[in-house]
Design a protein around this ligand. Sequence first.
Ligand SMILES: [Zn+2]
Length: 303
Amino acid sequence: MTTHRLLPLLAACVFSAAAQAATPDSCDAERVQLQVLGSGGPELNDQRASTSYLIWLDGKARVMVDVGGGSSLNFEKSGARFADLDAVLFTHLHVDHSADWPVFVKGGFFTGRDRDLPVYGPYGNHLLPAVDKFQEALLGLGWSYLSNYLVNDERAAYKLPATVVNAEDTVWFQSLERVTLKGLNVNHGPLPAVAWRVEAAGCSIVFSGDTSATSDNLTRLATSADLLVAHNAIPEAATGVARRLHMPPSRIGEIAAQAGVKKLVLSHRMLRTLERESDTLREIRKNYQGPVDFADDLSKYAL
Ligand SMILES: [Zn+2]
């Protein structure tokens, strides 16, 4: 599969670390909102949909980040239209970030969408496939059901071209008609993972995805962002596998402060962090003094 036929509207390249975080204009906050479709992790008893976010621009949902289980129902509740989306981004491919994708694709058949919907996500390794191969497996390439969205088949009114991002040191970016997407690899144990920065109308929203944030890549990507969505998957005292996969509240506060983000939203809330919000906030406040909010499903944030 290829993205080439999306040109000339798109232009992809990489650029220097010095320029990576620059947002050229001041944020036109009236025009941009973040909405949380899923504020939970993978648990079955957290009363939350799994991870998913929408970025609204001028009253239309233009970018969706992750599509965990339950996100498609909250997409309906949000009033968003599938036909309006300009891009779908995956931070990584565990099911709590990706499982509803076939639900969206099948549902999209009934929406009148007739233009390609580009999909972006991480590279693969021995533990997870790259986003293009993942999508082919998920949508059943080789059967006749949803795979017509991936191949040249006139039954599908549009295609889902997938772009693999692997940006270890240098920020990857792509400018679409209305939004600019920037990605940088982050540590999530041994799993391929990408943090995303979405810029629109001079505003910037950064998504940590799941990460232990052992490198400074998330800080680099989040520099001067109007809003950072950070995943609050573990409490401060977590150790072992959980700590190798996720960042504790103190690290979130450190990153928010060092990056100088204007607002912090905590999501991917799990049973091990729910009802520990005051502890979490105390750790964050050791470094970061800006506004902090704990997300719920369908929470909507102005910038
Ligand atoms: Zn997760």
